[in-house]
Design a protein around this ligand. Structure first.
Ligand SMILES: [Cu+2]
Length: 144
């Protein structure tokens, strides 16, 4: 008689659990085609003045070209309040993939964030990770 304590039965159960976890992981992170990180492209450098004040950003949409070198001059004008800028791509299953996550700074203060925009045009979003419900907007990547 074969019982659950047989080593190969336990191995089979373990493999079933691993397969189920891989299935969940596939939902959380769908396979994305890896692309090489582009180098700076002349004429695609953009500087954006982003201000956080009274728990809001001074813009609701940031638009850049594909693969643009993005420089954000970020000012936090809220005394003793922490803000940052982060850009994400929406994934299936309610998940979001970070494109860029800036360090949080406490106001009053300023910093410069630099990152490369995604190579694929489309609609992404940005937010302050401390106050995502108040401070968010569309990060639009367009073709030249
Ligand atoms: Cu904030």
């Amino acid at each position: 008689m074969i019982g659950i304590n047989q080593p190969y039965i336990r191995l089979e159960l373990l493999l079933m659990i691993v397969a189920a976890l891989i299935g969940l992981a596939a939902c959380a992170a769908p396979a994305l085609t890896p692309r090489p990180t582009p180098g700076p492209v002349p004429g695609r450098n953009v500087t954006i003045d982003l201000v956080a004040q009274n728990l809001t950003f001074n813009m609701s949409t940031i638009t850049v070209l594909e693969s643009a070198s993005v420089k954000i001059d970020f000012k936090n004008k809220d005394d003793l309040v922490a803000h940052n800028l982060a850009v994400y791509r929406n994934l299936a299953c309610g998940q979001a993939e970070p494109i860029f996550v800036g360090d949080t700074i406490t106001g009053p203060g300023a910093t410069v964030y630099e990152f490369t925009a995604p190579m694929s045009s489309g609609s992404y979003f940005f937010e302050c990770d401390v106050h995502p419900q108040y401070m968010n907007g569309a990060f639009v990547v367009t073709v030249p």
